[in-house]
Design a protein around this ligand. Sequence first.
Ligand code: SF4
Length: 322
Amino acid sequence: MKSTESTLLSTVRASQSERIVVGVSSCLLGQQVRFDGNHKHNKTITDALGQYWQYLPLCPEMAIGMGVPRRPIRLHGDETTPRAIGVSDPSVDVTQALTDYGQRKAQELTHISGYIFKKGSPSCGMERVKVYKGKNDLLSTRGVGLYARQIMLAQPLLPVEEEGRLADEGLRENFVQRVHVYHAWQQLQHGGLTARKLIDFHTQIKFTLLAHCEPTYRELGRLLAGLSKQRLQSVADEYIAQLMSALKKPATRTRHSNVMMHIMGFLKRHINRGDKQELIDAIRHYKLGRVSIEVPLVLLRHHLRYAPSGYLQQQFYLQRDW
Ligand code: SF4
């Protein structure tokens, strides 16, 4: 592989030894930190996803000294600026403590590449948290946990997900991919950004991006075409903001199929008619939902070995191992 091709793949590989770090609500790892002394162990998080990264468990309610067991809290008041107060004792108000802690952790946690939040928590919930008014009236289900809000405000590019949504295979895969890409971007920044590295990064992410959002794929190509040394950081900032936003869009089976057919186009001179038909069938079966994406991807990787193409070999899309 050429040296200029190595930016993203080398950082992905480095991350496999260095381990990617992902923040997580402590109770999801089985730690008994909930108000009643229980946990909410989620096996998808520890067993299925734990192989990809190292977790950094954080419990904001424990961190601000609420202890275990403690009186439960909930969001109360205005939907956008609620307070966190005691369910049975409104004089318990930890709004400021949770907000301050969130702001402090957001500044510290620059090394994490993703965050998994506990659903519905007045502290950790990233969306759809219940907000109450009066004594017991439900005002809204569109609140955000006070701690989670600060993390997401300070780090808008950080991939975040709720534990419940990770049971869905598509959403889980999307989150894992975003974490890996974001980690690679962090590594790129730490190593010192150059125009060459940025263009190499884009080259390596092209097919992945194409599977998620073709308009952004074209827009980012135009953005980098006008790259100058003076505008490097501002272009890079815009680039990663658009890329991470595009990757949130689900990559459908149809889009994946189009990308794989496109990749097959690079290989067609190197494979015989039978192999080509086999690939087309595998992609069609995937598109129809009969097989997993790994079936056509394994075939593509196999043919790539015998018909090496530097451009294809560097593609993050073909290197995915989750
Ligand atoms: S949801 Fe958050 S605050 Fe509540 S127990 Fe879990 S980690 Fe602690």
